[in-house]
Design a binder for this molecule. Structure first.
Ligand SMILES: CCN(CC)CCN(C[C@]12C[C@](c3ccc(C(F)(F)F)cc3)(C1)C2)C(=O)Cn1c(SCc2ccc(F)cc2)nc(=O)c2c1C=CC2
Length: 396
């Protein structure tokens, strides 16, 4: 819709030199397959439509479950308020050839899914990255699906786009179930799904034919030889931050990682035995931090100059996902989707610090070093480390 409010509450466009396209890829007719949304530098495709931000109503149902709302209420509320929101990337726009782009794998948080971190993914793509935002099938997403094999016997109703979608919803913790145990199992599956996505993109880059079970008219062959296979990083929010740490410890081809408001509970104890050798940047919000969580981050970073931590003052946990942009001031503050800082300012600090860190550790030849001071916690609304007072460190 074109009502003024929607325009006012918009997901910010990429600020880099490239136009951005996006397309969805699902391999295999099974839950074990990969499912990701690819954001990429595109040719300036004026006639392509902007991509739908939340593409299926089942995501609204999943969100309602996750937020302990009644489905009938939640589905209609979401449909009414955000049903027409698009993300500022062109659906299936032609891939921009001629350059090899570094690759970013992005991992979503608990109760989220692949499309709701588009402000971050689109900015990175506009700056010259190929970004694969994976959708996890560990039952931590509000909703996700895979396409069942089309049995030739069943008459395919014309109504569906020929796809039989099998939905998997958010799995709540059972009473008496130990959260740490469930989350630790899930973070290992999540890391495997990030590594699988990495291998899938590399396979496509090498020119191998890949079968996309989603019928989109994106030409995957155009991605051939366009990924810089030596410049690969992993990024994620909250549970996705824990997934970054797990993925780095399992896959050395991830040359560095960026954890946005990492949730450290799912991270196993073995990680602290120097299992993460690669550079890692923790970007924290001011509000989503508590001693135990921070102490685990510090334990991971102990005496390692390549592990950095900054806090964005005035920001909240929801300053990283897109809801911070599409919610009005009232709802935004009520649900703590916005902090005191303007959402666009917060995401700019996060994205600029990320770009500077990636330039340094992927040896990029860009001008992202202009934001190096942010990685040291120097600049407006940012501090080095954390702002919570910690109990005195244990004597060595
Ligand atoms: C009551 C549910 N209870 C479940 C355990 C806690 C719910 N909760 C706090 C919430 C998510 C909140 C939210 C979102 C979105 C709207 C909306 F209205 F805008 F859609 C409203 C209200 C409710 C803020 C979190 O889980 C926070 N969190 C998140 S939030 C990721 C997310 C999910 C869905 C989104 F649409 C946007 C962002 N990702 C994590 O990895 C971790 C945590 C905590 C530890 C690890």
């Amino acid at each position: 819709g074109s009502s003024s409010t929607e325009k006012f509450y918009r997901i910010p466009k990429g600020k880099g030199p490239h136009s951005v396209g996006c397309t969805d890829l699902m391999t295999e007719n099974a839950v074990e397959g990969s499912f990701l949304r690819l954001y990429y530098p595109s040719c300036n495709a004026t006639d392509n439509e902007e991509a739908p931000w939340i593409p299926d109503k089942e995501y609204y149902q999943g969100l309602s479950d996750f937020l302990n709302m009644y489905r009938v209420v939640g589905e209609r509320l979401f449909q009414y308020y955000v049903g027409s929101v698009t993300c500022p990337a062109k659906s299936n726009a032609a891939f921009k050839l001629g350059e090899k782009y570094p690759l970013l794998i992005f991992s979503h948080g608990l109760g989220a899914f692949r499309t709701i971190y588009s402000a971050i993914c689109i900015e990175m793509a506009s700056q010259g990255f190929v970004v694969a935002a994976v959708e996890h099938r560990d039952e931590s997403a509000s909703a996700t699906y895979y396409c069942k094999k089309k049995s030739i016997s069943e008459p395919q109703e014309e109504s569906t786009s020929g796809l039989e979608k099998e939905w998997i919803y958010y799995r709540k913790l059972k009473t008496g179930e130990e959260e740490r145990c469930l989350r630790h199992k899930q973070v290992q599956q999540r890391a495997q799904e990030c590594i699988k996505a990495l291998n899938l993109i590399l396979k496509i880059n090498s020119g191998e034919e890949v079968m996309n079970v989603l019928n989109s008219n994106f030409d995957w062959n155009s991605v051939k030889d366009s990924v810089d296979t030596s410049r690969i990083a992993v990024m994620g929010h909250s549970f996705g931050g824990a997934t970054v740490i797990e993925s780095l410890s399992k896959e050395i081809r991830f040359r560095c990682g960026i954890a946005l408001d990492a949730w450290m509970l799912p991270v196993g104890d073995d990680i602290y035995q120097n299992s993460v050798q690669q550079p890692l940047l923790f970007i924290n919000s001011e509000k989503f931090q508590w001693a135990d969580n921070i102490l685990k981050m510090k334990k991971l970073s102990s005496n390692d100059t390549n592990k950095k931590m900054i806090t964005i003052m005035g920001s909240v946990h929801q300053s990283f996902p897109d809801f911070t942009f599409v919610s009005g001031g009232l709802i935004g503050r009520f649900f703590k989707l916005k902090g005191e800082i303007d959402p666009n300012e917060a995401i700019d600090i996060s994205n600029h610090a990320s770009l500077a860190f990636l330039q340094k550790h992927l040896s990029l030849k860009k001008d992202f070093d202009q934001w190096d001071s942010l990685v040291d916690g120097i600049g407006p609304n940012v501090i080095p480390g954390t702002n919570i007072d910690l109990p005195p460190a244990e004597p060595e």
